[in-house]
Design a binder for this molecule. Sequence first.
Ligand SMILES: Cc1cc2nc3c(=O)[nH]c(=O)nc-3n(C[C@H](O)[C@H](O)[C@H](O)COP(=O)(O)O)c2cc1C
Length: 340
Amino acid sequence: MSVLAGWQTIEQDFPRNGSWEEQACFCLQYALLAPSTHNAQPWLFRIRAGAIELQADRSRGLAVSDPFDRELSISCGAALFNLRIALQRFGFQVEVEVVPRADDPDLLARVTVVGRARPAAESRLLFQAIPRRHTNRGSFDSRPVSPRILHELVQAARREGAWLEILEGDNKLAAADLVAEGDRVQLADPHFRRELSAWQSDGRGARADGLSALGLPTRETGFELGPLLIRTFDWYSLGRPAQDRELALGSPVLAVLGTRHEETSAWLAAGQALQHILLGATIAGVHASFLNQAIEVSALRQRLCALTGCVSFPQILLRMGHSNAAPATPRRKLEDVLLR
Ligand SMILES: Cc1cc2nc3c(=O)[nH]c(=O)nc-3n(C[C@H](O)[C@H](O)[C@H](O)COP(=O)(O)O)c2cc1C
């Protein structure tokens, strides 16, 4: 398991005089810090001459909550964004080819080095935010997020080929109701509970993936009850829907990230947009967390779509605000995700 504390200091350890493979490995360490559904880390990488390929690891997919690998692809897109930024930070100019092909659907993207350039100030800032970004599942304080920051996050989504819409007033209320409804539907499903419990760790550090009870309890971390209880217990009665509704309503920002299309390349764009937004928020001192149950249940996703004008596809429901620092989560070692 990678221990992430102290990562900021590693920036100086970039092997300037090392081989391409050593430099690529260094940058890949940052790709691994991307968020992923249930912290499943569903990605694999192959280093080629002057390029890095990203592959989906579908053995880490979530058959119940993500049957089409939509969130899996978004997670891979977030890792792709980190990789791009890390390479740019160390002076590589890169071209990203999104390459899902019918004959090789697992190969998602190829990042090719096309030259050298002085890193832009923005890549440095985004890069430094990578190890500081963590999902924060606690409640946020009432301080608003400034319109200037929100505007920048909306622009960040656009630059990656996605859109971010801030929900306000009645739409925010309606979305919070959909979150509670999503909890009810999912937590009443024993298959969903079994899948969730399979990704629970006991928090003692033995696993390099999955969810532990670090931070506050959430739908995903599954309280501190442990896998057996999650599998067998009817969460409905524990008030989870009402708590998540409160979290949604109490967050200064509730926002939908979406795309115009619904296919692997759009999901990869959503993942890059997601990570651009999350790192931008981190730089601005804003914390974020996910309430994706309203998107994972397809009937609710359509209702959420209607709230956003229904021109395209909601991919992620984010809440944002100010809070105390959230803990880091574990990651698998680079050697476990590197294809030779
Ligand atoms: C596509 C996607 C969907 C997610 N959905 C949820 C969610 O619905 N609820 C939640 O609490 N966390 C959600 N997460 C956050 C992950 O659980 C989190 O990224 C993972 O546990 C790693 O922790 P970190 O983000 O702090 O590094 C989601 C992450 C991704 C990338």
